[in-house]
Design a protein around this ligand. Structure first.
Ligand code: SF4
Length: 481
């Protein structure tokens, strides 16, 4: 896509002039000290700017250079930097930093190759330090830069690293340093990953993903409403490298249901298992690297049920349920009918089983079923219905089950608010399908018929990247009747 990027960044910069300057930039301007910029950058990962600023101030009061830092124990550093995210890991990095700087006479090196040899320093940090501390041309690509450049179609990449490389080729050098601070401030304030404020965006007329329609769905202010989210991440370990943990914090959902984790619990990092403010529950397939579901819950459920008590489906880690006082949240990854529809029978058996399971739960209290149903219900739920009638996910048999499910009273909550075609949740990785918006709506939030009034809104968060699916979200008030 042809974009005058200089003009676009200028426009955006104007709209964020009242947004506070990112803490690392501020420290760079105030101190012009590479050591302080480097340590503040390490502290700032997955941490709010106010917390980073306070922790950096405490640390610098005791250690404003590598020599002084060497005099502090790990425990002392931990105490000084708490409560920044992952303070124990970061304290470990900082404790090892003086020794790592010895080959450079205690000074911070000024090349990316040298910087990434330091503890806790990856490409993102190294680029930020190069630009902010040394004024060298460097492009720091975090999730905001990666996401927004892809939304605009300036690059078409799947990972922040690929974005950095694409920008190195394409972005004029004079914008390399500024692009991070402009797009981070813009991504935090206007082009937010969830519910972007397109109405306030100076680029809205030219942006391919202007969310005018979704903004019309008013989020009602309701103190007891819950924000429930669901996302097929297509491999939790892969998406972790694309900023998943930061994304979960930005979602700020009460419950997030994940499908296709493709991991056993012992393959998960401590960070994934312990996201601040959440308790996580995992139900993995017996076969490694396959299927699997999980829940991140802010409030601890009364009980968590793993599977449906049916061996052939439970072995594939397909259903996990959280029970609360007033409702059940069922998170499911429906089977795919597969190439040549080899698993169609298996899927139809699963469909019948989960329907009965939901009916049993609905006899007790409200039921929410979120997840990847692996079926586009009607012709408006995919771009090319005619070409797909014999394909997995749009066969008459799969669609007939969804008809039955809806006729039995379950509500496809997205369709309670929106009857238009062209709203998709999954795009093939092939043929540039996402950029062309050739997609399918196969991820849903459904509720039992009696819970209709509890549904406040239902949305598709198309702008959130990281997987071949995007998340879906529902506001649900279990107290409404
Ligand atoms: S998605 Fe919305 S806020 Fe973001 S750049 Fe496009 S119009 Fe602006």
């Amino acid at each position: 896509m042809n974009i005058d990027i200089g003009k676009r960044l200028k426009l955006i910069e104007e709209s964020i002039k009242d947004v506070p300057v990112p803490v690392v930039d501020l420290i760079a301007v105030q101190t012009k000290d590479p050591f302080k910029v480097l340590t503040a950058t390490i502290l700032s990962a997955r941490t709010r700017d106010e917390t980073t600023a306070a922790a950096a101030k405490r640390l610098f009061s005791r250690a404003s250079n590598a020599g002084q830092l060497a005099g502090l124990s790990v425990k002392e550093i931990e105490k000084l930097i708490y409560p920044v995210g992952f303070f124990r890991n970061k304290a470990g990095y900082l404790a090892r930093l003086p020794a790592a700087l010895e080959p450079y006479n205690g000074r911070v090196p000024d090349t990316i190759e040298e910087l990434i040899t330091l503890p806790g320093v990856g490409r993102k940090t190294a680029n930020l330090v190069l630009g902010a501390a040394f004024g060298k041309p460097a492009i720091c690509v975090d999730t905001h830069v990666h996401r927004i450049m892809n939304i605009w179609g300036y690059v078409q990449t799947k990972t922040p690293l690929a974005t950095e490389m694409a920008l190195r080729d394409k972005l004029p050098r004079r914008h390399w340093i500024e692009v991070n601070s402009i797009l981070v401030a813009f991504g935090q304030s206007i082009c937010r990953p969830v519910s972007p404020l397109c109405g306030q965006c100076p680029a809205s007329r030219v942006c391919p993903q202007n969310h005018k329609k979704s903004r019309k769905i008013k989020m009602q202010k309701n103190k007891t409403a819950l924000k429930l989210m669901s996302w097929n991440v297509n491999g939790i370990r892969a998406i972790e490298k694309k900023g998943f943990i930061e994304q979960v914090k930005e979602f700020d959902a009460d419950i997030l249901g994940i499908q296709e984790t493709k991991a056993q619990p012992d393959q998960l990092s401590e960070q994934l298992k312990n996201i601040d403010g959440y308790k996580a529950y995992w139900f993995s397939a017996e076969k490694k690297g396959y299927s699997g579901v999980a829940l991140y819950c802010k409030k601890e459920p009364l009980k968590v049920y793993y599977g449906m008590n049916v061996e052939e489906f439970d072995a594939e880690g397909r259903v996990i349920t959280a029970e609360y006082d007033d409702y059940f949240l069922v998170n499911a990854y429906f089977p795919n009918s597969g190439a040549k529809l080899k698993r169609l029978d298996f899927k139809l058996r699963f469909n019948r089983e989960i329907h009965q399971y939901l009916d049993r739960l609905a006899d007790q209290k409200a039921v929410v079923l979120c997840g990847d149903y692996n079926v586009a219900h009607t012709e408006i739920d995919l771009k090319n219905p005619k070409n797909n009638v014999k394909n997995a996910g749009f066969t008459p048999e799969e669609r007939a089950w969804m008809d039955e499910f809806v006729e039995a009273g379950y509500l496809d909550t997205f369709r309670m608010f929106n009857q238009e075609p062209g709203h998709y949740t999954w795009w093939s990785y092939r043929f540039n399908a996402r950029a062309k918006d050739v997609g399918w709506r196969i991820d849903y939030f459904c509720v039992d018929g009696a819970s209709k009034k509890k549904v406040i809104s239902s949305q598709i968060l198309k702008e959130v990247m990281g997987s071949d699916h995007c998340p879906v979200q529902m506001e649900f008030d279990p107290n409404c009747s």
